[in-house]
Design a protein around this ligand. Structure first.
Ligand SMILES: [Zn+2]
Length: 390
């Protein structure tokens, strides 16, 4: 997600500094007129949709002390260096926070997954109720670029009609899908989550295929063709496997032509939003013309395609890699705003979302050394744990 995210931060800062784009619209002339009240429509829609989209319904574990929490997934996505620094006096004990404040899902990038240290960390996590999953961009492993020299037809055609191996692939190519299937099975073994939720994201910001067979499929449709193949492979390893469809950047809008296979869940990542205003301020404009209204509309449309029960939000409220412009040597404070966070939880709950995770990349020892202990981690965990739908 990095390249696009850098661009976003820079553009977002620019947008907010040159005008009133981040403020409330003056009147009814707004380009998003009509969507201002859209959050209020969701309750009736929820009732209308009752009985539909029931796949993936979860059962309540009577042993779970958090069984009455609205949010079933209360997660973080962080780097190994953020969560594991045993010799640093500035370390953050994320497992202790999980234990005391109810976080229950960690996606950690960067450890040596074959190492004893990592295995021990997972075992310690399991003791305090933490499940581990692996949220990563995987397309270059699913369809290795070195196949391009012998099989260019596996790869995407650009708008000039030339096959290129810069990103993703051609989802109309049987050969490409066969490679994706075989590699998904292999990778599924080494990236086995402890919650059955798999994330084999496509390339970050990668363009799509414009070959004659693919050109009428959107980025979301093309992603789903690959995902429908990946889930088939994962089911052979793990019959309870669920696979994320990442709605992010060019795949934010709902797929229109391709239907998700059973057990594909929506992962909605509103990367271009503005975190200084809640999503409920629908007139707020983030980056690339993405207003909060546009995001909520996209979420609503996606929830007509994917089951509500398993849908997850991937947020950035605490993502210091984003707020520091991916420069770990010049960390900026996380602009945490608990009012925005709590209001956003209300919005997501209105749509029936029960799974929430959030990047807290770069919130590690370096952060503590520079800014002190990040209390927002506690506010985040408590907020998710204590939320009850009105
Ligand atoms: Zn194609």
């Amino acid at each position: 997600m990095i390249i696009k995210r850098i661009l976003t931060v820079l553009s977002l800062a620019l947008v907010c500094s040159i005008g009133n784009s981040c403020g409330e619209p003056a009147g009814n002339g707004s380009a998003i007129s009509g969507w201002e009240k859209m959050g209020e429509k969701t309750e009736e829609e929820e009732e209308e949709n009752q009985g539909q989209n029931n796949q993936g319904q979860e059962t309540t574990d009577p042993e779970d002390p958090y069984a009455d929490c609205w949010f079933k997934t209360r997660g973080i996505v962080a780097g190994w260096g953020d969560v594991y620094a045993p010799y640093s006096s500035y370390k953050i004990d994320y497992l202790e926070i999980a234990k005391e404040h109810g976080l229950n899902t960690f996606s950690i990038y960067g450890p040596d997954r074959s190492s004893q240290i990592w295995k021990d960390y997972m075992a310690e996590g399991a003791k305090v109720g933490v499940k581990f999953e692996f949220q990563e961009h995987m397309m270059s492993f699913l369809l290795p670029r070195n196949l391009f020299s012998t099989h260019p037809e596996y790869f995407r055609m650009n708008k000039s009609g030339v096959r290129v191996e810069d990103a993703n692939g051609c989802p109309s190519s049987e050969g490409a899908l066969e490679q994706v299937y075989l590699n998904a099975k292999r990778l599924g073994e080494s990236y086995k989550p402890t919650n059955h939720r798999y994330y084999f994201w496509l390339d970050d910001g990668g363009d799509i295929c414009y070959c004659p067979k693919c050109k009428d499929y959107s980025a979301s449709d093309q992603a789903l063709i690959f995902e429908n193949t990946i889930i088939k492979a994962l089911k052979e390893l793990d019959p309870d496997a669920l696979l994320a469809h990442l709605a992010y950047n060019n795949t934010t809008n709902a797929p229109k032509k391709v239907e998700p296979a059973e057990d594909i869940f929506l992962e909605f990542a509103p990367f271009h939003r503005d975190w200084s205003h809640p999503l409920s301020e629908t007139w707020t404009e983030g980056n690339s013309g993405w207003t909060h209204a546009k995001y909520l509309k996209a979420l609503q449309e996606n929830l007509k395609v994917f089951p509500k029960e398993t849908a997850q939000v991937l947020e950035y409220w605490m993502d210091d890699s984003l707020f520091s412009g991916w420069n770990q040597s010049n960390l900026k404070p996380v602009p945490w705003n608990s009012k925005v966070f709590l209001d956003d939880l209300k919005t997501y709950a209105k749509y029936g979302i029960r799974h929430i995770t959030c990047y807290c990349a770069y919130v590690g020892p370096g952060y503590v050394q520079k800014f002190g202990f990040p209390d927002f981690l506690i506010e985040y965990a408590d907020g998710l744990r204590d939320f009850r739908k009105e």
